[in-house]
Write a protein that binds this ligand. Structure first.
Ligand code: ADP
Length: 213
């Protein structure tokens, strides 16, 4: 039997990921497609609690290693309660962020390469036979992502949110490294275009992957 689609959207802050997830979900709902729309970290009650801890001042200054395990703990609960039960019923799961963000933020941006082997080991333990089937990374120059974040007045910018350009560059490198590690499962989407143009490409890819034809 064909595996149910498990699709992850990811990208740097400011990449337009949130905008694209919303456009996709609205259109798929309008077309009466069956799927589960979720997010990570969070997406399950315990996962959301860990997300809140992560966003607290203590969570924000925690080491890469501590954050890494917090993320995997949240992901484990979410996977058991939300993702797997749906995939087993054949229902596609679409998630805003997933383990790709752990690679980009904890391993690359926070410069903890010693966690990379652990990443693959824990990933296969938690996802087992059901890792994400498709990652869509919204990619654009780090400078443009930072410009958008800095210009976005709706975003609460605490001290922890203010990141230098090099941070964005390291995050981008993390996503690029995952594309090299999972070449058959990652598609890079050029995010330096109008939201509508990006959405058309995204919708086409997702429709094909989910068999929505
Ligand atoms: P993310 O979820 O990746 O952080 P958002 O979707 O919140 O990104 O978008 C970040 C900012 O950039 C917002 O102000 C949004 O309106 C703007 N934005 C989103 N997509 C585009 C785009 N394709 N071109 C220009 N600006 C965009």
């Amino acid at each position: 039997m064909k595996k149910a689609p498990f699709i992850v959207f990811d990208g740097m802050d400011g990449s337009g990921k949130g905008t694209q997830v919303k456009l996709l979900i609205d259109r798929a709902l309008h077309a009466h497609r069956q799927f589960v729309d979720t997010r990570e970290p969070g997406g399950s009650p315990l996962g959301e609690k860990i997300r809140d801890l992560f966003s607290s001042p203590e969570g924000a200054i925690a080491s890469a290693r501590t954050q890494f395990f917090m993320m995997w703990a949240a992901r484990s609960d979410w996977f058991e309660r939300v993702v797997l039960p749906n995939l087993e019923k054949g229902v596609p799961v679409i998630s805003d962020r997933c383990d790709s963000s752990t690679m980009a933020y904890q391993v690359y941006a926070k410069e903890a390469p010693e966690l990379e082997d652990e990443f693959w080991r824990i990933r296969s333990m938690i996802f087992g036979k059901h890792p994400p089937t498709l990652y869509l990374f919204i990619d654009l120059p780090a400078k443009e992502a930072k410009r958008r974040v800095d210009a976005d007045t709706s975003r609460s910018k605490s001290l922890f949110d203010k990141k230098p350009l090099e941070w964005y560059e390291r995050v981008r490198k993390g996503f690029q490294s995952l594309r090299e590690d999972l070449p058959n499962h990652v598609i890079m989407i050029d995010g330096d275009r109008s939201p509508e143009a990006i959405h058309e490409e995204v919708y086409k890819i997702v429709s094909e992957h989910c068999g929505w034809k």
